[in-house]
Design a protein around this ligand. Structure first.
Ligand SMILES: [Zn+2]
Ligand SMILES: [Zn+2]
Length: 260
């Protein structure tokens, strides 16, 4: 074994996840493919491009009426997502948030930036803001996953990152057991504008990992609108989906990953 092979074996031993595609677990031999293998990158870009989504909240509709954004009322918010929140896409975000897989910020953020370009809004955005975590949650986890994603997206789109322009005021423990309408009401007024950046008259892109009811992004949007923001967009890795779509997608190998 020559010295290069020795070096590679040692790297493999200490940093195995860096050379393995986190989606299909194939070895990414070239190691230059935006954090996922070329085949998975292509398939995800196809989903982003071809699967029908709600133009307002990004829900994967498969051509059906969107059940998700009917409580959004007058908000200026428009959201896009990369993939449906299921299968391997759900596992990826779970590992990223709770299992310290911070390196996933790159492939996820890269694909989110791609979605923003597909939406045709990249040129309209003045600045990018991550959705802040409740401070106790950030200390407990050690990082804010939305900030890590926002950093990658800001770099890809070459836009300024306003990381501290929004602050989270309080945390609602009961959020997960509430219905759609109640969640929107429960989070109203949860965010504060820090006034360290000038949002007045500008269009902002908010970054979060997933969108469920949209209550979090709506609350941020409301705060930014009051501060004078002209338009607010949201980009998330994953969103809800219709059951019809799930049936179609189950034939796709993204939803059934073999064990490592
Ligand atoms: Zn792959
Ligand atoms: Zn919708």
């Amino acid at each position: 074994m020559n010295c290069f092979k020795w070096r590679d074996s040692l790297l493999e031993l200490f940093f195995p996840s860096k050379s393995i595609c986190p989606i299909c677990w194939q070895k990414d031999l070239e190691g230059k493919y935006q954090g996922v293998c070329p085949s998975c990158l292509k398939k995800i870009m196809e989903i982003t491009r071809e699967v029908e989504t709600c133009p307002r909240c990004g829900y994967f509709t498969a051509g059906e009426a969107c059940p998700n954004c009917r409580y959004w009322a007058e908000s200026v918010l428009t959201v896009g997502s990369v993939v449906p929140y299921d299968g391997v896409f759900k596992e990826l975000i779970h590992d990223f948030k709770y299992n310290e897989k911070k390196e996933f910020a790159f492939p996820l953020g890269y694909l989110m930036a791609y979605r923003v370009k597909e939406m045709g809004i990249a040129e309209k955005i003045h600045a990018i803001m991550p959705v802040p975590l409740y401070i106790g949650r950030e200390i407990e986890r050690g990082y804010n996953q939305s900030l890590l994603l926002a950093k990658v997206i800001a770099k890809e789109l070459q836009k300024p990152l306003w990381r501290d322009a929004l602050e989270r005021k309080h945390f609602h423990h009961t959020q997960t057991i509430l219905g759609r309408k109640e969640r929107v009401e429960n989070l109203a007024g949860a965010f504060e504008y820090a006034r360290n950046e000038d949002v007045n008259g500008n269009s902002i892109l908010l970054v979060d990992d997933i969108i469920t009811t949209g209550a979090t992004l709506l609350s941020c949007t409301n705060t930014l609108q009051k501060a004078g923001a002209q338009q607010v967009y949201g980009i998330t890795w994953a969103a809800g989906y219709s059951l019809k779509l799930l049936k179609e997608m189950q034939e796709n190998n993204f939803f059934h990953r073999e064990g490592r």
